[in-house]
Design a protein around this ligand. Sequence first.
Ligand SMILES: [Zn+2]
Length: 339
Amino acid sequence: MKAWRIHDKEQLTLDELPIQSVGEGCAKIKTLVSGISLTDILMYRGQLVLRGAPMIIGRQCVGMVTEVGQDVTGLQRGDRVVIDPFVNCKNCTACNAGRSDECEKLICNGVDDNGFMSDFIVASSNALYKLPERIKDSDAVFTEHIALSINTVNKLNLEKGEHIVIVGANALGIILAQVAIYNQAVPILIDTDAENLAIAEELGIYYTINSVDSDPMKRIFTITGGKMAETVAFINMAQMAFGRSLDYAARGGRVAMVGWADVADEITGRFEAILNKQLKVIGVNNGVRMFPAAINLLATRTVDVSRLVRCEVPFSEVGEAVRAGAENDGRYMKTLVRF
Ligand SMILES: [Zn+2]
């Protein structure tokens, strides 16, 4: 099999590896579509410490089952699946209490262990979720983003009719806004990128604020009738200011920092709003257990991700695309990889 492996900072190569056998409880997948993730780019830049090298990059995979282990039920050759990159330990206090998303030893494939940027993958059948026919491969790549968004809405206890200011209109921010609408909340999306905000508007997000040419405080004051927002979601790595985000929350408001674990900009600013307004601040870094719900939102077309792809590259050009991503400090929309 062929796989893109990172060996060290700026050393990403397409390697030929021995074919893996399909063990008990596992299935072999032929990859159809994958995505280049922020974590891939940060590892390439040397901003994310390598947990092992060489390591196959990639945390997203949509593929076709080509072989199943003897004891695997509910899956067969030809099934189209998406792989959940997270593996929980099933043994810590959080796992035993049914909170596997807070597992002490949570592993993410593509970050802590080999990922999915290879033509074939052998994965545990527990990590595989069948895709309904109506969901396109290129849309299913966003399942992890949707799962993380659902987890965020749940952890914020976002109620019907509440406002949620989302700071950062990258792919994750735009998806979170759509999930908020599904929950009958009112998203207010802020960014400095007019192009991304225009995409958000086309996808039905009514309140968008470009903080380059308007004052978010004034706009949010008006939109919320002077109350400010009950909830705020700060999208990590969207190149926005965390301290400023706290100002958008109402007294006693709930604030979530949302993003991938181990990936954070250095945060500077003033955080006295946490004390002054007695804000509740939480972190959400995965969508473990939310894959079935995320797939359902794609199948029902509740979440539209078709506009969130920046470009598509063939598998052979992943190295070049990651290099380009590493050099480009710009906004993050998804680069798809076709196999
Ligand atoms: Zn655990």
